[in-house]
Design a protein around this ligand. Structure first.
Ligand SMILES: Nc1ncnc2c1ncn2[C@@H]1O[C@H](COP(=O)(O)OP(=O)(O)OP(=O)(O)O)[C@@H](O)[C@H]1O
Length: 554
């Protein structure tokens, strides 16, 4: 996990090219706050001195100043918002582009969580600049200016003002940030649990109703919502207490400033100006509380964004040209561990796939069969050992084109909400209708396509097809892709045994002497394979040749 400071540095690198825009925005923000403070001071001076009938010219100057500051403040605020948002949006565009590039280079298995970062966490970068750093910089500049001005009037009064600002502008915001961090740590798991409840209730509505479990799930969701509301209320009470303390301390500082100024014999007008300006500076400190809280809340998002920004690409488009002709793939001592706290999904796997070899991988559920195929497609990289093609690690090849070498029907193949034709063309965009129909025929979907045609739509993830038709359409797509090495993850799942044998035989006949790696639970039809690999618990338990299948009752 990246530390908070490192995360901030990694993100702020993107602000560097725009530094002058940010400096300008910071100065404008400080100018806005200073105009507010000046307005208060000038208006107070005007009210306090008007009764004493000062020279008309002095009054006129003060009136013009009040008007100018009142209008100038609004104008400055507008220009500052324009400048700061322009700069930060340019910066966030860069960050998004970098994250997008990192996502493209990521193995698909790890993209899903990263996608949510892209969408929501990047907003934290915007908040960091607009709602945290700029307000802090502006408040800091104005505080320095206010103390500096007070110093001109009287050093002791300036010291009291400084002490007050240190409490309201530094100590209380630090406390607010601490409470916000603590609050986020308590709220995050509750929010996550509530989100899971909601997703279960929405996506699982039919199953919950079918098994009569809806009341129980609704009660669980309601309990999480109540707990969430209780914690949020408790945190809001604490936040309110800190805000109230800041406001009260602002008042205390103003009084202390006044008392000190009176004891130092400052003229009455100065007393009023200093008191009102101190109160206004105290208000500024409230904006620091909000900035500190926001800064604490976005820490998690910033870390996640920074991790992604710093992630080295695992493979690249534009790598080596693909191996042409018949590729020779090898796994050497390959191991995969999905999570540090779980046993490896694959351990020390050796596999030799010279051109034309047919390998069947069998084993119980969870043995690591699909993970083995994911290694060959490059969807995941081995944590130990290597996956090489003609002696070169497969990550060195052009990732975008690798499916031309190794691909197939993988676990949980997705069908798109489009026509049969469009779903097939995904595998080979230039294929003719004749080729599409031939692939369907090989996958056992010929009669259905003859009846329904290629333009019929299949529904969301093939919802308008039967389970067997979905499987065969996905298989037809893999057949059409016609890679050098065809991977088939339980291609005949959901078909009856007779159909399953016929479809597998047709696909193997279509492949001719090109390589196939088949993952299957069924031992029938494996006579046509050169090697059978038996996986269990991520390890190779047995390796057999054609005779092995017969000996094991296939
Ligand atoms: N994305 C993932 N994150 C974490 N663990 C995973 C992930 N994918 C698989 N695993 C774990 O890795 C192990 C091997 O899974 P894999 O899908 O390769 O098994 P399999 O032999 O194909 O099983 P099945 O026959 O049921 O499809 C399992 O224990 C599984 O829980």
């Amino acid at each position: 996990m990246v530390s908070g400071d490192a995360a901030m540095r990694r993100v702020l690198v993107f602000a560097y090219p725009l530094r002058w825009r940010f400096v300008g925005a910071g100065l404008l923000a400080a100018g806005t706050e200073a105009a507010g403070l000046g307005l208060m001071a000038a208006a107070t001076w005007l009210l306090a001195t008007a009764a004493g009938q000062p020279p008309l010219i002095a009054l006129s100057i003060a009136i013009v100043l009040v008007r100018a500051l009142a209008i100038g403040r609004g104008v400055l605020r507008y220009v500052e918002r324009l400048a700061s948002h322009d700069a930060v949006l340019r910066m966030v565009t860069e960050v998004r582009a970098r994250i997008f590039a990192a996502l493209v280079d990521r193995p698909p298995a790890r993209r899903a969580d990263a996608l949510s970062r892209m969408v929501s966490d990047v907003d934290a970068v915007q908040d960091l600049v607009i709602r945290v750093l700029l307000p802090m910089a502006a408040a800091g500049l104005v505080a320095v200016a206010a103390v500096g001005t007070a110093l001109l009037a009287d050093p002791a009064t300036a010291l009291v003002l400084l002490a007050g600002l240190l409490v309201t502008g530094v100590a209380l915001p630090l406390l607010a940030a601490r409470l916000a961090r603590h609050g986020s740590a308590r709220l995050a798991p509750l929010r996550a649990a509530y989100a899971v409840d909601t997703v279960d209730l929405v996506h699982g509505a039919a199953d919950l109703a079918a098994f009569g479990a809806r009341p129980e799930y609704e009660a669980r969701g309601a309990a999480h919502a109540d707990e969430l509301a209780r914690v949020e209320r408790a945190l809001a009470r604490r936040s309110f207490a800190v805000d109230a303390a800041a406001t009260a301390f602002g008042g205390v500082t103003a009084m202390a400033v006044m008392i000190t100024a009176m004891s130092r014999g400052l003229p009455g007008v100065w007393l009023a100006v200093l008191a009102v300006a101190t109160l206004a500076a105290g208000e500024l400190a409230l904006s620091l509380l909000a900035a500190a809280r926001k800064g604490a809340e976005i820490q998690g998002s910033l870390r996640r964004v920074a991790e992604l920004l710093g992630e080295p690409a695992t493979g690249a488009s534009g790598g080596l040209a693909l191996p042409d002709g018949s590729v020779h793939l090898r796994l050497r001592g390959a191991g995969v561990r999905y999570r540090a706290d779980a046993p490896p999904a694959l351990h020390d796997i050796d596999l030799d796939l010279p051109p034309g070899r047919r390998v069947a991988v069998v084993g119980p559920s969870g043995a690591g069969k699909s993970t083995l195929l994911a290694l060959l497609t490059g969807a995941i990289a081995p944590d130990t050992g290597s996956v090489v093609a003609d002696g070169t690690p497969i990550t060195a090849f052009d990732r975008e084109r690798w499916p031309g070498v190794v691909t197939g029907l993988l676990a949980d193949a997705h069908l798109f909400h489009a026509s049969v034709r469009d779903n097939l063309l995904l595998a080979r965009p230039g294929a003719t209708d004749g080729e599409l129909v031939a692939a369907c025929r090989t996958a056992g979907l010929g009669d259905w396509v003859d009846t329904h045609g290629l333009d019929v739509r299949v529904g969301e993830d093939g919802a308008e097809l039967s389970g067997g038709q979905r499987q065969r359409l996905a298989l037809a797509r893999a057949v059409l892709a016609d890679p050098q090495v065809l991977l088939l993850d339980e291609p005949t799942e959901g078909l009856d045994p007779g159909q399953a044998d016929a479809v597998l035989a047709a696909v193997l006949a279509h492949r001719g002497d090109r390589s196939v790696v088949l993952v299957t639970h069924r031992l029938t039809g494996l006579d046509a394979f050169d090697e059978v690999l038996v996986l269990d618990g991520g390890r190779v338990r047995e390796r057999g040749t054609q005779g092995w299948v017969r000996a094991h009752g296939g």
